[in-house]
Design a protein around this ligand. Structure first.
Ligand code: C5J
Length: 220
């Protein structure tokens, strides 16, 4: 089995059976005027990881391994958005309102697009998810099972919200998960650091972490 130098110990995966899940690298979170900035966050740290995420994606493309992108987005009628989620935030605008990039966090609006550098290519799945976790109310589990994938590398934003929720959901479903440390980011550096630490604590209770270049090298 190929291995990747990781924390808390070496990560092994069956050759050809490792998938990449890129979480929510969409304009809503990474660009000014989207959901992230409406909530009062500085989006620049998230924009900074775009080249690193691209390197990771390119590594998976070169190795002909499956890539799945997610977007956090709701139906235009918001029937899949709980009122409790809409009510949160305390800003002037909320989910479904008209913002500078169209309706906030709504599927099909310009703000819901993946950032252009990380656009999906033909053959790469794009999952629109109404929740923070990518398994809730989506076909992600079916897609992975259909393709015989049990090992996942995760990247994207934000580390402690959608990435961590997805990694925990995957872990509970029996997937072996590795988080790309520098291909994920948070609006809160301390939350990112805490998330990485809690994932790999207690012998990897949620999974493993490793740098992007280490992961990409192991795919060659
Ligand atoms: C958030 C996400 N932070 N993609 N979504 O609301 O992490």
């Amino acid at each position: 089995m190929p291995t990747i130098a990781a924390q808390p110990y070496e990560y092994s995966f069956p050759a050809g059976r490792l998938a990449l899940i890129v979480i929510d690298m969409q304009r809503d979170f990474v660009e000014e005027g989207g959901f992230g900035s409406v909530l009062g966050n500085d989006v620049r740290p998230l924009a900074k990881i775009v080249p690193t995420v691209r390197r990771l994606i390119d590594g998976f493309r070169a190795a002909h391994l499956p890539i799945i992108h997610t977007r956090e987005g709701h139906k235009p009628d918001l029937s899949d958005c709980p009122p409790s989620k809409r009510a949160r935030g305390g800003g002037k605008l909320t989910i479904g309102d008209e913002g500078p990039m169209g309706r906030i966090l709504v599927d099909g609006e310009p703000g819901n697009d993946l950032v252009s550098e990380l656009a999906a290519r033909p053959g790469e799945a794009v999952i629109v998810k109404p929740g923070k976790g990518a398994f809730y109310a989506t076909h992600l589990d079916d897609i992975l099972k259909r393709d015989g994938v049990g090992h996942l590398v995760l990247a994207g934003v934000t580390t402690e919200v959608c990435v961590q929720t997805t990694m925990r959901e995957a872990n509970d479903r029996g997937y072996e998960c590795l988080l790309a440390e520098d291909a994920t980011e948070s609006y809160f550096p301390e939350f990112k650091a805490a998330t990485l630490a809690m994932i790999r604590a207690q012998g990897g209770i949620v999974g493993w972490t490793a740098p992007t270049d280490t992961i990409v090298k192991a795919l060659r």
